[in-house]
Design a protein around this ligand. Structure first.
Ligand SMILES: [Zn+2]
Length: 268
């Protein structure tokens, strides 16, 4: 085994354990419960989950996706989140080696995953993930130096105020179109969670990354939700899911897309 592969496997195992903790966050943070205690319980029968039934992915497979206490199914979302987080860390380590960029990319994608799942399930983006991620992004930038911290701070500010502007404009427009603020309708076009999330993304990607993320997120959200809306589906849009996808694509391929765009408009 090469040292590179060994490091990637260790990072992947760390990702599996982190993914297990991310599941706790996904379930408990929207309910404002502590993620530290008490121990995890089966939501159906209330039986405490022993450590040997709480091993990422492995336990779910050994239990065939059923609770040992009541035999009722355990959502496959749990092992999938664990697997995804493990894959994130394996690939970040494989691509970057044991560097600060591995840590930065690993946490960024883990936070985006957590936000996307909670927003899709509950229409909530917990502050612990958005504001916590913002602080983490700034601290990692500071480790890289003052120049990086400046980029991160400007990115965070642009992300915050851009989405704040969109939210205000969207609410104004939505009220006039009769889609916001009425009976059984959302109070605002976009929640504060999206605004704080975008500040976090700005801290990791800088202000050009913010613009790319919002563009990609709005495009993906429109492709999915405009047809649904025309078919009469008036469900809330979990915009955080699309912003998370946009941010992930921007991290991975942002420079390629910006180059393409500049060539397209003839600027390069
Ligand atoms: Zn049970």
């Amino acid at each position: 085994m090469t040292p590179e592969l060994l490091i990637a496997i260790i990072a992947g195992l760390f990702g599996l354990v982190l993914g297990s903790f991310l599941n706790v966050c996904i379930v408990r943070l929207p309910k404002n419960e502590s993620v530290v205690s008490p121990r995890s319980k089966c939501p159906r029968c209330g039986k405490g989950i022993a450590w040997y039934d709480n091993i990422p992915v492995v336990s779910w497979i050994l239990l065939r996706g059923k609770c040992r206490g009541c035999g009722l199914p355990i959502s496959p979302l749990y092992p999938l989140v664990e697997l995804a987080t493990g894959a994130i860390w394996f690939l970040m380590a494989w691509h970057n080696g044991p560097t600060l960029e591995m840590v930065r990319g690993g946490f960024f994608f883990t936070i985006l995953l957590g936000i996307a799942v909670t927003d899709a399930r509950e229409y909530i983006i917990p502050d612990e993930l958005s504001v916590g991620g913002l602080v983490l992004g700034l601290v990692i930038a500071l480790v890289r130096g003052w120049a990086a911290l400046k980029v991160a701070l400007i990115g965070a500010a642009v992300g915050f105020f851009l989405l704040w502007g969109f939210a205000a404009a969207g609410t104004w427009l939505g009220k006039r179109m009769g889609m916001v603020g009425g009976e059984g309708q959302p109070e605002e076009a976009m929640g504060g969670g999206d605004i704080k999330m975008m500040a976090m993304i700005g801290a990791f990607l800088g202000w050009p990354g913010v613009l790319m993320t919002v563009f990609l997120g709005a495009a993906a959200g429109s492709v999915v939700y405009v047809p649904l809306n025309l078919m009469g589906n008036k469900k809330l849009v979990p915009f955080g899911v699309f912003l998370a996808m946009g941010a992930a694509i921007t991290y991975l391929a942002g420079h390629v897309l910006v180059d393409f765009y500049l060539r397209f408009i003839g600027a390069a």
